[in-house]
Design a protein around this ligand. Structure first.
Ligand code: IMP
Length: 196
């Protein structure tokens, strides 16, 4: 059973493939030969997730889903949020994004933050929008080599290691995408009879 994940992000693809039952074949945009970078012009994670999933649904007519995710920092009024990938500019420079967060926080003792992941799903002519979150804190140094994006500066609540230090197995137990994926798996299971 095939379902298209509307992403070019290999890290996200690997994470989701590890989380979804192997009875579903998760294909990326590359796998269907779609090279287009879908413009994320929405003002919210929900809007961007819908833009990406709608593009695949309406261009290819396939069952599909997308993830739009981001980091929200309380002391920065929820920034970088929907701009997480491009916080320091359109180049999507991860190092510069992290430096900008440190500079904006400027040593603030309120380091409370969360990752949110919003999935928009087109499945058998039905639409779903679901969300997962992981709460935690920002630190002012990079720790760990796993994961991607802001993982080296984010310590999930109840842990003393960053997501980058925890590694993929632990990250996949607690992450925002893992929470959203659990709900997605349930939706897939409920629809199993109708997927081609
Ligand atoms: P998107 O591809 O528009 O959803 O951008 C998401 C951005 O949020 C990524 O480029 C990362 O900077 C950040 N992000 C999302 N999920 C994660 C994660 O699991 N770890 C670290 N950073 C993440």
């Amino acid at each position: 059973m095939k379902i298209i994940f509307a992403t070019q992000n290999q890290n996200k693809l690997i994470e989701i493939k590890n989380l979804i039952s192997s009875s579903y074949s998760i294909l990326s945009l590359n796998d269907i030969n779609c090279k287009k970078e879908i413009e994320e012009i929405g003002l919210t994670l929900e809007a961007n997730a819908k833009i990406k999933a709608d593009f695949v649904r309406f261009k290819y007519g396939l069952n599909c889903f997308s993830d739009d995710s981001g980091l929200e920092i309380d002391a920065l009024n929820g920034a970088p949020g929907v701009l997480s990938a491009r916080y320091s500019g359109p180049e999507k420079d991860n190092e510069a994004n992290i430096r900008k967060i440190w500079s904006e926080l400027n040593g603030n003792s309120n380091t409370k933050a969360r990752f949110r992941s919003v999935f928009f799903i087109h499945l058998n002519n039905k639409k779903y929008c679901i969300e997962g979150q992981v709460e935690g804190n920002i630190i002012f140094e990079k720790r760990g080599t796993g994961g991607f994006g802001y993982d080296p500066i984010f310590i999930p609540k109840g842990y003393n290691k960053t997501l980058a230090e925890l590694g993929p197995i632990e990250k996949n137990k607690i992450s925002h995408r893992a929470q959203a994926t659990k709900q997605f798996q349930k939706i897939l299971n409920d629809n199993i009879k109708n997927i081609y």
